[in-house]
Design a protein around this ligand. Structure first.
Ligand code: 2HG
Ligand code: ZN
Length: 485
């Protein structure tokens, strides 16, 4: 027994082994019921199954219990118990994540933020809003749009993802190329720490040079440093007009090459998306009523959007873009004439991820490089695929240099899939770093990418990141098993 105890003592919190955690006892369950009420302490089969997965491959890890708090104080009481009793806690938003960040890999508590669903204030005087983390992204966008205001971050899952999850993963989406990602809009956060204290990380101001930036440290921390319970966002005025164009190319690499040329010409589109031929084919088959004529020899498309309030300069930019596209061998450009046509083109782009994944076992990589290196990244991905025998479908936010690489199992054997793939993925990520990039642009590290963190960070850098986590979470109970091996 002594040896076992010594074994526990040699581990630091960031390497918390499963055996360091304890099971939830009936007494602890009773304490949770006293805090939340019977209805919000769930361990029925459906809850255990439904809250054991997110949108990452087919992983499912059963939690011991699903807790549904509605106040910061309730969360504080829960975390104090879990911290004392060494019970792992996985905070969960809508479960739309793609890197396994919300998987309860050590069982324990799923802390669902679904009841934190209030928009607390839209401050039109200061162009700010205070919301709870369980508000759906698009619900918030539409609420501020009614007041002529704009919250730009728009992940593909905006119709279902929670703002709290967008904070946890530092989510992006098509509009990031002009407006930036979630982190650019976060001014202040109320956070319940793993040890139960409730803090605000910053202030509701646009400029802040006061102490370390705990607000930005929380963004992208994947629920490992605490539970966000209030968010103060900055907002901007809503642009009134858009132009949307779908540009076909006979070469996918040429499509990628044309991207940097648009920005070099001084134009910043509000979206610049890339879809390989397979991606658009999958999408058109996946969503009914969405079909556009595509020539046999077309290999890729760019979906480009311009926004603003004055059509004249926007049209001039569109003409300039058309000239540039022609230089890179584009075919005839489709301009969406009506709002409905624009919506349809966006519906097609937004369903690509789901459409591609519905076809086969897959591995999704969220690669990102300097924008002008996109052609070399795409070429490299295809060469690595040939070398290891896997097919990929590529699409994503070309304007950000953020390419989603969906590796498709197809007819690879299980043996090939499990033995070849990690080496192939590692080569893709090494290429990203070679091209000035990194291994995740917006989906995060979570459970599925943690083995590749050494490609990007030195041991010292990883040690510092783990040390920061230990300061926030000395017992390693918050979302354990994520981001670091
Ligand atoms: C997108 O850009 C999203 O479509 C989802 O980031 C990507 O599901 C995916 O592969
Ligand atoms: Zn994306």
């Amino acid at each position: 027994m002594l040896k076992a105890e010594c074994f526990f003592l040699t581990f630091t919190a960031t390497e918390t082994p499963k055996m360091a955690f304890r099971k939830i006892t009936p007494q602890i369950l009773e304490e949770f019921r006293l805090i939340l009420g019977e209805d919000y302490v769930c361990f029925d089969d459906d809850s255990i199954r439904n809250y054991g997965h997110d949108e990452t491959e087919d992983f499912n890890f059963p939690p011991e219990v699903v807790l549904k708090p509605v106040t910061s104080e309730e969360i504080s009481s829960i975390l104090k118990i879990c911290n004392k009793e060494m019970i792992p806690v996985t905070p969960r938003g809508a479960g739309t994540g793609l890197s396994g960040a919300a998987l309860p890999v050590f069982g324990g508590v799923i802390l669902s933020m679904e009841r934190f669903s209030r928009i607390l204030e839209i401050d039109e005087r200061n162009l700010q809003a205070t919301v709870e983390p369980g508000v759906i992204n698009e619900v918030f966008q539409l609420a501020v749009k009614e007041k002529g205001l704009f919250y730009p971050p728009d992940p593909a899952s905006k119709g279902s993802c929670f703002l709290g999850g967008n904070i946890a993963l530092s989510s992006g989406g098509p509009k990031a190329v002009k407006y930036g990602t979630t982190k650019e809009y976060v001014l202040n956060l109320e956070v319940v720490l793993p040890t139960g204290e409730i803090i605000w990380t910053g202030a509701n101001v646009l400029k802040n040079s006061t102490g370390f930036n705990l607000t930005q440290l929380m963004v992208g921390s994947e629920g490992m440093l605490g539970v966000v319970t209030k968010i103060v966002f900055r907002l901007i005025p809503m642009p009134q007009k858009t132009i949307v164009m779908l540009v076909p190319f006979f070469s996918a690499e040429k499509a990628c090459e044309s991207v940097a040329a648009v920005f070099k010409a001084g134009i910043i589109p509000s979206a610049m998306e890339f879809m390989e031929r397979d991606a658009i084919d999958f999408a058109m088959r996946f969503v009914s009523g969405l079909s556009i004529p595509i020539k046999e020899e077309v290999q890729a498309h760019l979906l480009i959007e311009l926004d603003g309030n004055d059509l004249d300069p926007m049209m001039k930019d569109a003409e300039k873009i058309s000239e540039i596209m022609t230089i890179f061998g584009s075919d005839e450009i489709l301009f969406a004439d009506t709002e409905e046509q624009k919506q349809n083109l966006w519906r097609m782009r937004r369903c690509v991820g789901e459409a591609v994944k519905s076809h086969s076992v897959y591995k999704e990589e969220d690669t990102v490089v300097m924008r002008a290196e996109l052609p070399r990244l795409l070429k490299g991905v295809k060469e690595i695929g040939k070398k290891y025998g896997f097919r990929s479908v590529c699409y994503g936010h070309a304007g950000d240099g953020n390419l989603h690489v969906n590796i498709i199992k197809g007819d690879m054997t299980d043996e090939q899939w499990s033995s070849n793939l990690p080496a192939g993925i590692r080569e893709i990520f090494e290429l990203c770093v070679e091209l000035g990039g990194t291994i995740s642009g917006e989906h995060g590290i979570g459970w599925v990418q943690k083995e590749f963190m050494d490609i990007v960070f030195t041991e010292k850098s990883l040690q510092i990141q783990k040390g920061i986590r230990d300061v926030f979470d000395p017992h390693g109970i918050m979302n354990p098993g994520k981001m670091f091996i």
